[in-house]
Design a protein. Structure first.
Lengths: 402, 382
């Protein structure tokens, strides 16, 4: 059965401009709703990504609802309120006991975030409709959390060498428990597929780091203290960091390509091919856009503050004392200051979503192809999965993606 | 003329190209979904059950109640969509209803959150007092010990921590102890005071939960009269009696949780969380400072000192610290001018013929606890 590329391909038609509109409206509404609009913003963002992605000529549909997300967040509070109580109690103990307690809570939260990630994925899948049939996720979120936690312990013990095994194992668990209607996904990937790029990048990053430190130590950047600080040692260090980043991008592109390409649904096969330089392009665009936005905001902020607290900037010289005096006496200055902070924060998250979130989704969609789509025609719907209430913990822990 | 569309029946993943027809009988219409070639009927959806689901602008996705949840009819193309919308005004009506429902939910949730915040802002001093009142004093004392250990260790690292005149039987310490006992008399506080004068360059004095009061030598050196010293000391004892340290701990924890909830980041690591907590907590501690001032004023009705001296001493110390003044918005203490006015009102009708808090000999002994006091006129030359 031969299918034309146009029919089988994954097509993404969303424009950055439309997403920007959604984000702008969403951030504006976050202020009067005291932050609660974030659940609606997430829903609109997902509707945007889903509805502009079509597979074999049919769009995805996100059927989730903001109030489900909000309810899930409220339920997650049930976990956090006791944790807060423990935190409070610990803060009153002797420093050793408090440190041990904080550490234990940190480990517990790390464990919990595995559960949260899996549940959030379940929520998104079960609210994704394609050709009238829903996706779903089985398996156990606690099982996934334990698995991920166990692997992270091994990761620490082996200094990261066990990573390919972990990645393959977790990808397998996620995809082997994913369903489309009554058909179960499969996963043919294994650690060997990512071992080469991983260990290569690992060695490269290690060598670059050692060389940079050695070089830096030679030129006296490390004897801590400002007196002996040598700025001429910075450029080689930055170059080292840039090379490390390139290797990380190289590896990331290989893992995404190879692991996604191991996803199967019956006899339908997914292949994804993305290049490291495409990832580099995404991050480069993000960095430039962020720089531009921040320069604009800072100039705007300086003009606003300059007109509100003019004499603090008199004689082309910023007088911190007069400025702080304004902060104390003029409510308008304080409000401008707080708004400025919110603007900076909003500009950062919006730029990140517009360039990294959007760019990544588009990259994967453009690089994806699916063969054997016709074999899916006889997939049947399964009963509704109503047990899930929002993403709960994932929201509270801030681990949600898209 | 039939409208071309795509049809998902919601039972299997097979997709069909279909032709849509609309049939009107009396008041009720029906959407008929047909095979485009054979014109065979595949499904009939009553118009009243139809609603739209989210789709890009040039796409119309129809669903219907009473059908499988995934069943959809998808129409693309502006003209066809316009025709359907014109035929089925119910679609616009239902979309509007749904928007209103979402707005209602968002509004209700916002109002609920706003009232939680309001209740928190006004209720937390009460709440923290209530919670603090059920905390066993022994626990608060052990908390104070922990804080004291941490603080002494911290001070020892940066320049040393030295208690001036550690002999409890000395004239100065006896006087301080007597002052403490008088200050605590009738307050019902379960704590025993432990007042220490500490050598430090920072002009400061503070109370820890459980009854420890620290008075730094730099602040003592700046006091020009027993009134000022007794005022600040009584103020700190007020913090101990009202258990402000514990209350503040409780309210800080509560504020952190609330801000985390608003920002949706329960880990509370962001800058906004820190800033918000600081602003709210500063308000609570200003309330606590006023309470402690009032306590100092009430002690002045039993011992002969002018509690307004406390405002004088604080004003003198903070005068050289412009930066601290400018940050008064974030400051935990009320402005000293307001404070002095309030204290003067509280101290207005003090009875006459009271015992002074310290005899001249005792005051001299206290002033020399950390060695000879520096000559006063040399310190302050404006």
């Amino acid at each position: 059965m031969v299918e034309t590329k146009a029919n089988a391909a994954v097509v993404f038609t969303g424009s950055q401009r439309e997403l920007a509109g959604i984000l702008l409206r969403g951030y504006a509404l976050l202020v009067p709703t005291i932050g609660l609009y974030r659940f609606w913003l997430t829903s609109w963002k997902r509707r945007f990504y889903w509805s502009h992605t079509s597979i074999g000529g049919d769009r995805l549909e996100y059927t989730g609802d903001a109030s489900q997300l909000m309810l899930g967040f409220l339920l997650a509070l049930a976990v956090f309120v006791p944790l807060y109580g423990i935190f409070f109690y610990l803060s009153t103990l002797s420093s050793e006991a408090a440190l041990i307690g904080y550490g234990a809570i940190g480990i517990f939260v790390w464990f919990l975030s595995g559960y949260a990630i899996y549940r959030a994925r379940d929520f998104r899948l079960s609210r994704t409709l394609w050709r009238g049939i829903r996706f779903d996720q089985g398996g156990s979120a606690w099982g996934y959390a334990w698995r991920r936690f166990g692997w992270s312990v091994l990761m620490i013990m082996t200094g990261g060498l066990v990573y390919p095994f972990m990645a393959a194992n977790l990808w397998r668990y996620r995809y082997c428990n994913t369903w489309y209607g009554d058909r179960q996904f499969g996963f043919t990937g294994n650690w060997r597929q990512i071992a080469w790029p991983y260990y290569l990048s690992y060695m490269a990053v290690l060598i670059i780091t050692v060389l940079s430190i050695w070089n830096g130590a030679g030129s006296g950047i490390f004897p801590f203290g400002l007196a002996s600080f040598n700025p001429s040692a910075l450029p080689p260090l930055a170059t080292g960091a840039a090379f490390c980043a390139l290797w990380v991008l190289f590896y990331q592109s290989r893992e995404i390509s190879r692991m996604f390409s191991a996803v199967r649904l019956g006899s339908a096969e997914l292949t994804v091919h993305i290049r490291a330089r495409s990832l580099l392009w995404i991050y480069g665009q993000f960095a430039l856009a962020l720089l531009g936005t921040f320069v604009l905001l800072l100039v705007g902020g300086a003009i606003v503050l300059g007109s509100l607290a003019a004499d603090a900037f008199a004689d082309n010289h910023f007088d911190a004392q007069i400025f702080l005096g304004y902060l104390q006496s003029s409510i308008a200055t304080v409000i401008a200051f707080v708004l400025g902070y919110l603007l900076l924060l909003g500009a950062f998250t919006a730029t990140k979503e517009l360039f990294i979130g959007y760019g990544f989704w588009r990259l994967v969609a453009q690089g994806a192809d699916i063969s054997g789509l016709q074999s899916l025609e006889n997939v049947q719907a399964r009963a509704e999965d109503k047990a899930l209430l929002g993403e709960g913990l994932a929201d509270a822990l801030n681990v949600g993606a898209y | 003329m039939a409208i071309p569309a795509r049809f998902h029946d919601g039972l299997t993943a097979a997709v069909r190209d279909v032709a849509l027809d609309y049939e009107k009988r009396g008041a009720s219409g029906t959407l008929i979904i047909r095979d485009p070639v054979t014109a065979m009927e595949l499904a009939r959806w009553p118009a009243g059950n139809l609603y739209t689901v989210n789709a890009p602008r040039h796409v119309l996705r129809l669903a219907a109640t009473g059908q499988p949840t995934g069943a959809r009819v998808i129409v693309e193309g502006r003209e066809d969509i316009a025709r359907i919308r014109a035929t089925l005004p119910v679609l616009a009506h239902k979309a509007q209803q749904e928007t209103r429902r979402q707005v209602r939910i968002a509004l209700t949730a916002t109002l609920a959150l706003a009232s939680v915040i309001a209740a928190y802002l006004f209720g937390v001093p009460l709440l923290a007092t209530r919670i603090a009142s059920v905390v066993p004093p022994a626990w608060e004392q052990s908390l104070g010990n922990t804080v004291a250990q941490q603080m002494e260790a911290g001070l020892a690292q940066s320049g040393g921590f030295e208690i001036c005149d550690p002999n409890p039987q000395s004239l100065a310490n006896q006087a301080l102890q007597r002052f403490g006992i008088e200050a605590m008399r009738g307050s019902g506080s379960p704590f025993t005071l432990d007042i220490k004068i500490v050598r430090s360059d920072i002009p400061n004095a503070f109370a820890l939960p459980g009854g420890r009061v620290y008075f730094f030598s730099a602040l003592l050196d700046r006091a020009t009269s027993p009134d000022e010293f007794a005022g600040v000391l009584a103020h700190e004892i007020g913090h101990v009696v009202y258990r402000h340290g514990l209350e503040q701990l409780i309210s800080t924890a509560g504020t952190g949780a609330l801000i985390g909830f608003i920002l949706g980041d329960m880990t509370g690591l962001s800058v906004a969380a820190g800033l918000g907590s600081t602003l709210i907590d500063a308000r609570f501690s200003r309330l606590a400072e006023r309470e402690a001032d009032a306590y100092a004023a009430s002690l002045a009705h039993r011992l002969d000192f002018n509690p307004a001296g406390l405002a004088d001493l604080i004003a003198r110390v903070s005068e050289d610290d412009q930066f601290a003044q400018a940050l008064a918005l974030f400051n935990t203490h009320p402005l000293t001018t307001d404070r002095k006015a309030a204290l003067e009102i509280l101290a207005a009708q003090r009875p006459s013929g009271l015992e002074p808090p310290f005899s001249p000999a005792e005051w001299a002994a206290i002033r020399s606890m950390c060695g000879d006091p520096p000559l006063l006129p040399k310190i302050k030359t404006p």
